[in-house]
Design a protein around this ligand. Structure first.
Ligand code: G1P
Length: 276
């Protein structure tokens, strides 16, 4: 079955960016002139997805307005030298359907994904955490790479990268058997382990391809790290049946959930633009 839907959990508060995130969703923070979530949507479109299912929360309306036509603005700039500045976002609005539902209580990433079941139905789907910005200027985007693996093996896929051993406490960490270059059959996974408890330094980043049995797995998952329903714990249920792969993606990932990573992404993309 072709994967056409992509879920964007976007209900989080973005406290690390206060005060800017007080009245503005963190997903709308710009990298150059585009908000973070638009990079994620573009990556999903490149991978062949057409329906963007966004899990929002209170104070997130700017996301809906962004993926909509602003008639007043369009009228203002029509025929002027600035009209081209809207071409990319217009193309997305034309090609995609955007659907929304709210996560009413912040009960964790697993819970946010479960809220998306109504928008996804019973089919495999992508997940993008927009504050992980991934680029691969010379090849396929990360989601597209992951879809190729899902088509080959018909199971869930998580994107991973090696991180310094003292950084495992920030990530879901996997353990697995390498079955082809950079592809692991996951045998264990743990959410945000301290370095001495981490099975490896292979950290999950914010890109997933999930099979629809994940929804039942989430329902069976008890609150874990920080008292939240963790997607990592739910995926472990599927991994126990041998149905989760971890994939060392090609490209660069920036942690735009931290000020440092955000600045790094901004500088990197600015330099790429300058070189054009
Ligand atoms: C979430 C996941 C974690 C994953 C990370 C990637 O954590 O729970 O397993 O490694 O995203 O960015 P968060 O960064 O939302 O705390």
């Amino acid at each position: 079955m072709k994967i056409t839907k992509c879920l964007f959990p976007a209900a989080g508060y973005g406290t690390r960016f206060l005060p800017v995130t007080k009245a503005m969703p963190k997903e709308m923070l710009p990298i150059l002139t585009k908000p973070l979530i638009q990079y994620g949507v573009e990556e999903a479109v490149e991978a062949g997805m057409k329906t963007m299912a966004i899990i929002t929360g209170r104070g997130k309306r700017a996301i809906e307005d962004h993926f909509d036509i602003s008639y007043e603005l369009e009228t203002q700039i029509k025929g002027t030298s600035k009209e081209h500045l809207l071409s990319e976002i217009r193309a997305l609005i034309t090609q995609c359907t955007f659907t929304y539902t709210r996560q009413v209580e912040m009960k964790g990433l697993g819970d946010a994904i479960l809220k998306g079941q109504a928008l996804i139905g019973r089919e495999p789907f992508g997940v993008v955490l927009a504050d992980d910005l991934c680029i691969n200027p010379d090849g396929d985007g990360v989601l597209k790479q992951m879809i190729a693996l899902n088509e080959k093996y018909r199971c869930s896929v998580v994107a991973i990268m090696e991180v310094p051993e003292d950084q495992t406490y920030k990530y879901g960490v996997i353990e697995g058997k390498e079955m082809e270059d950079g592809v692991y059959r996951v045998t264990g996974m743990v959410e945000k382990p301290e370095p001495d408890e981490a099975p490896t330094n292979l950290a999950i980043i914010g890109r997933y391809i999930l099979t629809p049995d994940i929804f039942d797995a989430i329902r069976q998952t008890k609150p874990g790290k920080n008292g939240e329903i963790q997607i990592t714990d739910a995926l472990l249920h599927l991994a126990e049946k041998g149905m989760v792969l971890a994939y060392k993606f090609k490209g660069t990932r920036f942690d735009c959930g931290s000020v440092e990573g955000y600045v790094e992404a901004t500088n990197h993309l600015y330099n790429l633009e300058e070189e054009k």
